[in-house]
Design a protein around this ligand. Structure first.
Ligand SMILES: *Cc1c(COP(=O)(O)O)cnc(C)c1O
Length: 376
């Protein structure tokens, strides 16, 4: 059967009226324990909530359907999802990761490889020869993020997956920025897709969560579920319910946000107070053609700008916005603006005059007006 469209999946994947009551909204099952049969069995599949709950199963099946994988495992945060994947790294094994990426993940990679006696190789994934060199002595994990945080560089998923597989690596893509609405890494051969569900999947800045989707390796999926039980840190039933509820409107939100981001980026690109705009949807972006091919559903709704001037001038612009709220994070219905270098702290490679914008679902012309007055 033909794969359903994204909005159809967002509404219907792993969701149907409850058999018992006919309730359309999924019930939240808070029970920590589940009844056994007279013979001691668990014919309904649930025993104890650390091991699994109906709400978690529904969320995981839904995410697998959206990404085109065989299954998923949900965790208490994006970094907890990363941690489950990093558990694959043995002593002496290599993690090949990008020079530029979410700073929380990069810090986590450095710390985890140090603790495990594994090897961290940071490379510029825009350079195929650099990736080939990094994996030439083999690799356990190749971890890619695209578009990247905060410079919105775009990496060639098909090429990186092929190089990773030649080296025998499991290839991982952080799809938080793009979401399965814009980009489906499994279709380029990526083995594992990780998400900070805190961002677009949640979409309302009110739930912390993470997930790993597995493309086709059932043993890998079982290992991730084993890690959920071992670490004892699955996502709670209410948070799973919130996420599954939010995903019903994921494609509507993300498409509107992408449209808004393109308008905002187009406006900023012509403004004399702006030195540079980083957004893959602009024809001037270095990897615009690659982005157009790899992100058929849209270019995402995060963009960065370098303001003409220094850090103080960038902070001044952020201080003057009225609709864009000064806060970290992204992916919610409300637009945010952030001076990125100061949240990343010492050692940040981010330019001091850079502001990162997460475009929400407000009317794009209102957002443009807000930025016009803030930049004046
Ligand atoms: C926020 C984020 C994470 C970390 O997720 P948390 O839910 O905050 O733990 C990982 N990757 C990317 C790209 C992110 O934006």
């Amino acid at each position: 059967m033909k794969r359903s469209g994204i909005n159809t999946l967002c509404v219907h994947a792993a969701h149907s009226p409850e058999a018992g009551s006919g309730a359309l909204a999924e019930p939240i099952v808070l029970s920590t324990t589940f009844e056994r049969d007279a013979d001691g069995g668990y014919p309904r599949g649930y025993r104890y909530s650390r091991e699994g709950t109906p709400n978690r199963a529904a969320l995981e099946s839904c995410l697998a359907a959206l990404e085109g994988g065989i299954g998923a495992a949900a965790f208490g945060s994006g970094l907890a999802a990363n941690m489950a994947v990093l558990d694959l790294l043995g002593a002496g094994e290599r993690l090949v990761a990008p020079l530029e990426g979410y700073y929380g993940s990069l810090k986590q990679f450095a710390e985890v490889t140090r603790q495990r006696g594994a090897v961290l190789k940071l490379v510029d994934f825009r350079e195929p020869s650099a990736v080939a060199a990094a994996v030439s002595e083999g690799a356990r994990l190749v971890w890619v993020e695209t578009p990247t945080n905060p410079l919105l560089n775009v990496m060639d998923l098909g090429q990186i997956a092929a190089l990773g597989h030649q080296a025998g690596a499991v290839v991982v893509c952080d799809n938080t920025f793009a979401t399965p609405v814009c980009q489906r890494p499994c279709s380029f051969g990526v083995d594992l897709v990780v998400h900070s569900a805190t961002k677009y999947l949640g979409g309302h800045s009110d739930v912390l969560g993470g997930a790993v989707v597995v493309r086709e390796d059932a043993a890998l999926l079982e290992r991730l579920h084993a890690w959920q039980r071992l670490a004892g840190s699955p996502l709670a039933a209410f948070d799973c319910w919130l996420l599954r509820r939010s995903i019903a409107t994921l494609a509507l939100r993300v498409r509107a946000q992408c449209r808004g981001a393109l308008e905002v980026a187009g406006f900023l690109a012509t403004h004399p107070a702006v030195a540079q705009v980083f957004y893959p949807g602009l024809a001037s972006h270095a990897a615009h053609a690659l982005a157009a091919a790899q992100m058929p559903g849209g270019f995402g709704a995060v963009l960065s700008v370098c303001i003409v001037g220094d850090a103080a001038r960038a902070l001044e612009v952020a201080a003057r916005t009225r609709l864009f709220t000064r806060a970290t994070s992204l992916g919610g219905v409300e637009s945010l603006i952030e001076h990125r270098a100061s949240i990343e702290g010492p050692g940040s490679r981010t330019p001091q005059n850079l502001l990162r914008l997460s475009v929400g679902i407000e009317e794009p012309e209102d957002l443009v007006e807000d930025l016009r007055q803030a930049l004046a």
